[in-house]
Write a protein that binds this ligand. Structure first.
Ligand code: SAH
Length: 219
């Protein structure tokens, strides 16, 4: 499929997600238009980039389903100037969508545990002119102390629970969006950090994400 056809499919999918109420905010809609998903999938899946399904990329990593990325981005409510940690950089698509929403005064730190997947994310992201994204290789299950505190944290891999060490890296008033549950099924959860001890939670439904590895992951 040629670039033009892929862009047209992207436009169609965006319209569907707006119609369904999954995409709502103009900033997020604009990000979906500017950061086409077909640039973040492997060659063999290019023509499927606008099917609303997760697609395999490298080494058990996946690129999340478009409607899930839309839902999580809207739930995170990225604002101009936010500093956001993404745990599970994968293809780098979610990082670029967020970077587009927060503008040049904000910063996205996306951490990825697998070295070759980190290189994949870096090379995908480098084709866009973002100065506000840093992709790092490491175990994101412990967060990323070096750049803490964050306004927001997004997990794009399933996590059994959010450990204290990560919760501490979130500013008071900040929020975490994470699929929390067991290996097979998770509840997409929004955690508002009301105070150092108090949280308020909202639930967005059941999902099946790639499991988080590392110290506070599943393996
Ligand atoms: N957000 C990605 C999709 C991520 S899939 C995108 O936009 O394409 C989940 C990713 O989390 C996988 O690439 C997996 O390798 C990574 N991962 C798993 N455990 C991790 C950990 N402890 N720290 C960082 N990344 C991890």
């Amino acid at each position: 499929m040629i670039e033009e056809q892929l862009n047209r499919r992207n436009q169609k999918l965006i319209e569907c997600m707006i119609g369904a109420g999954t995409l709502k905010t103009s900033k997020v809609i604009e990000a979906f238009m500017k950061i086409p998903r077909h640039r973040f999938v492997t060659e063999e899946y290019r023509d499927s980039a606008y099917d609303d399904v997760a697609l395999p990329t490298l080494k058990g990593s996946t690129i999340s389903q478009p409607s899930t990325v839309a839902m999580m981005t809207e739930a995170l409510e990225p604002q101009e100037g936010d500093t956001i940690l993404e745990i599970g950089a994968g293809s780098g698509w979610q990082a670029c969508v967020l970077a587009s929403c927060i503008g040049e005064t904000g910063k996205i730190i996306a951490i990825e545990i697998d070295e070759s997947v980190t290189d994949f994310a870096k090379s995908n992201v480098s084709r866009f002119k973002f100065k506000n994204i840093e992709i790092v290789c490491g175990d994101g299950s412990v967060g990323y102390e070096a750049e803490a505190p964050f306004d927001k944290i997004i997990y794009t891999a399933a996590v059994p629970s959010v450990p204290e060490v990560v919760f501490k890296q979130l500013k008071i008033g900040g929020k975490i969006v994470a699929p929390i549950g067991d290996f097979f099924e998770q509840t997409l959860t929004i955690i508002h950090k009301v105070s150092e001890k108090k949280t308020r939670e909202k639930y967005l439904g059941l999902f099946a994400f790639v499991p988080l590895r590392g110290k506070f992951g599943f393996q």
